[in-house]
Design a protein around this ligand. Structure first.
Ligand code: G4P
Length: 530
């Protein structure tokens, strides 16, 4: 096998999604520990202090001690080269979080065993489902009192609409937590609490269910429950089906506890066995094979002004085919120009290091003199093509924004347009209106602060911001076929257009969306703009 091909084949690129506090950071950290990428826990997001110390990016990042941008963590494990894409959560939840999922080949969903499927997980899941990528579930915090595992599975199936297949099964939870039963190996992985830093190897015990010596290990009650549960699962639950896993229609579920390091390594081993190498991607000329000799990739995120002195931007590129070599010439298809990729960096935690080579599946950061937009394609292919664009995801918070000093109109418009072009915010205007009044839409409210900060620091413009009562926006998919102005809408629904002139409706409630659909036959609304 050629070197490039074997390098690509051993890559696994995935994102971890979760609702804040479910344990995404803790799990990521434990995975990195196995990969030897870090020596101690607390490095990935040492809360407050540690993070601020390593981050030299935007000033606001330092002030708030949070990450405004997402990065990539790369490490080796069992001859696999693993790229974990960090999806920002908490207050720094933004459209970037969604866009990062466009660069992943699979996703791991972390769920808090006591809470089940929560709001943010639902949103992120939708984006994964839209792409049909494989999804693996880690039900975390089993060392704490958790909900009944059958209820949890049912919730995943009902709320997310995906089939589940438990790979292992928890025996008790909280103080009663005894470990998990591995359904494939028919072994019990015994849990011994050794406190917060519990990194000891869990003990594997061959388990013949019903054998009386398991009573001592598990207590007779838990042993009986386990026997009943497994019988029920084997009889009634979905069969394991790899094709469904690959299509994102069935999620393998693992129970464990990231904090105590329980069940993390078996999860990693099974995950790596089942997840996919870099996937082929759709483009204007058909499907692009990752093993093709031609290098290609697309921009999924733009990070502005990492170094204020140079006003530089970094475009994050997901490599989709072939091999990257530093200094290579590529065609930036949308710009129609050749670009030399001389200053490419790899994002490892919060540090940046220069990369000389990278392969399909990897993410590189390339220097952007202001020419790239989200979704752009770069390639060495003789016949240029473009990858399918990255959709625009519906913002949920809106504000009317104007400059304080009317003399600064020009800077204001330039600034806000550039920031929108990078994808840091979305801007909307009244139908057929100008830029007199700009409506800004964001996915996470921190983006408003970033906007205000950047306009002041980079464009020297103070702004006034008035929050608007809208919470939902929908693109009108068939705006060419209907008369948008004569739609029958509730009085608090507003017609706007985005900077690509696509028509949209702004709603104050989900109820109003239904109203609009019911009163305008044929109106086609969508949550993503394409
Ligand atoms: P996130 O990235 O998804 O937001 O979650 P994070 O890993 O930061 O975990 C949130 C909290 O849950 C942390 O506690 C963490 O220690 C705890 N946690 C994560 N996994 C487990 C688990 O398996 N069992 C238990 N019992 N707790 C878990 P914290 O008190 O908020 O932070 P810290 O002071 O412990 O760092």
């Amino acid at each position: 096998m050629k070197e490039t091909e074997s390098q690509i084949r051993r890559r696994r690129t995935f994102a971890i999604i979760s609702h804040p506090d479910a344990g995404k950071t803790t799990l990521t950290e434990k995975l990195l520990l196995y990969g030897g990428a870090i020596q101690q826990a607390g490095i990935v997001k040492g809360k407050k202090g540690a993070r601020a110390a390593v981050s030299d990016w935007m000033e606001i990042e330092k002030q708030r001690g949070i990450s405004v941008t997402s990065s990539v963590l790369q490490f080796e494990y069992n001859d696999r080269c693993i790229n974990i894409l960090d999806t920002p959560g908490h207050q720094d939840f933004s459209e970037d979080t969604y866009r990062t999922l466009m660069a992943a080949d699979s996703a791991v969903m972390v769920i808090d065993g006591a809470k089940g499927v929560e709001a943010q997980t639902k949103k992120l899941f939708k984006v994964c489902a839209m792409r049909g990528i494989p999804l693996f579930t880690f039900v975390n915090k089993m060392d704490r009192d958790a909900r009944n595992p059958f209820d949890l599975l049912e919730e995943i199936e009902q709320v997310l609409g995906i089939e589940t297949y438990p790979m292992n099964w928890p025996i008790g939870s909280g103080k009663e937590f005894k470990g998990v039963y591995d359904r494939n190996a028919k072994e019990i992985l015994a849990f011994r609490s050794v406190g917060k830093v519990g990194t000891q190897q869990a003990e594997k015990i061959e388990a013949h269910l019903g054998d009386s010596n398991l009573d001592d290990l598990l207590t007779p009650e838990l042993h009986q429950t386990l026997c009943d549960d497994i019988e029920l699962l084997d009889g009634a639950a979905y069969e394991f089906d790899k094709e469904k896993v690959d299509a994102g229609k069935l999620t393998p579920v693992f129970f464990g506890s990231a904090l105590t390091n329980f069940g993390v390594e078996p999860f990693l081993a099974d995950f790596l066995r089942l997840t996919t190498p870099p996937l082929a991607r759709h483009a204007s000329c058909g499907v692009i094979d990752p093993y093709s000799d031609e290098f290609s990739g697309f921009v999924f995120k733009i990070q502005a002004n990492m170094n204020k002195a140079h006003r530089d931007r970094i475009a994050f590129v997901r490599i989709c085919s072939g091999k990257f070599e530093r200094g290579m010439d590529v065609l930036h298809v949308q710009g129609g120009k050749k670009v030399k990729l001389a200053q490419s960096t790899q994002m490892m935690a919060s540090e940046r290091e220069i990369v000389d080579e990278a392969y399909a599946g990897d993410i590189i950061g390339i220097f952007d003199p202001g020419i790239f937009s989200i979704g752009d394609t770069i390639t060495t292919a003789k016949t240029p093509f473009t990858f399918d664009g990255i959709p625009t995801f519906a913002p949920e918070h809106f504000a009317r924004v104007s400059q304080v000093d009317t003399m600064k109109r020009k800077q204001f418009v330039k600034g806000i347009e550039q920031i929108a072009q990078e994808g840091a915010i979305q801007i909307f205007k009244e139908l057929d209106g100008g830029m007199e009044e700009v409506i800004v839409g964001v996915v996470g409210v921190l983006q408003f602060e970033v906007l205000e900060y950047r306009l002041k620091n980079e464009y020297n413009v103070d702004i006034r911001m008035q929050r608007l009562p809208y919470g939902f926006i929908r693109w009108i998919d068939n705006a060419d076929e209907i008369d948008v102005k004569s739609l029958s809408l509730t009085s608090d629904t507003r017609r706007v257009e985005d900077f690509k002139d696509r028509k949209l409706l702004l709603f104050t409630s989900a109820w109003n969306i239904t109203w609009a659909e019911e009163h305008n036959k044929g109106l086609m609304l969508s949550e993503v703009g394409r």
